[in-house]
Design a protein around this ligand. Structure first.
Ligand code: FAD
Length: 117
């Protein structure tokens, strides 16, 4: 099948949104198990992301810049940085990671405050 840049970009946008929203809900003070879970997830993601070239580049990025999981802030900061590495490679504007604050809202309401995720 032929490459379809529109579909590839659509998948990329949806995936980045999911990933940034996921780390925005990562615990502020993760347990060792939380940390292992995120790290494992990111490495498995790099194996399974359906755009093969994207996944290959992403695995190289992971080897050079291992995922940071010590806190929500470090995880969100790392992912923002990693997305910027991809942006640069694709000649896209770099995102100011200081502005990531409340940018990614899962719309899950305040279940967070009741102890859920
Ligand atoms: P996207 O990069 O999809 O970003 C969506 C929105 O996120 C932006 O509009 C902005 O509001 C926000 N944003 C931008 N930068 C950041 C940041 N650093 N942190 C937080 N939020 C940010 N496409 C290819 O053609 N080749 C590839 O090799 C490739 N590799 C990829 C690897 C991965 C892991 C992923 C998830 C996607 C990859 N893509 C690749 C897709 C590509 O990154 C874009 O998703 C796609 O081109 C659509 O770009 P976009 O301009 O809509 O913005």
């Amino acid at each position: 099948k032929m490459e379809n840049a529109t579909l590839k970009a659509e998948l990329g946008r949806a995936t980045w949104r999911f990933l940034h929203t996921m780390v925005a809900r990562f615990p502020e003070k993760p347990t060792p198990e939380d940390r292992k879970t995120l790290e494992t997830f990111i490495h498995l993601f790099g194996r399974l992301y359906p755009c093969g070239d994207c996944a290959r580049h992403f695995r190289q990025l992971l080897a050079k810049y291992p995922p940071q999981t010590s806190s929500r802030n470090s995880a969100a900061g790392w992912l923002c940085f990693a997305h910027n590495v991809v942006n640069e490679r694709l000649h896209k504007p770099v995102f100011d990671c200081n502005n990531i604050g409340d940018f990614y809202d899962c719309g899950c309401g305040d279940e967070d405050k009741k102890g859920g995720k």
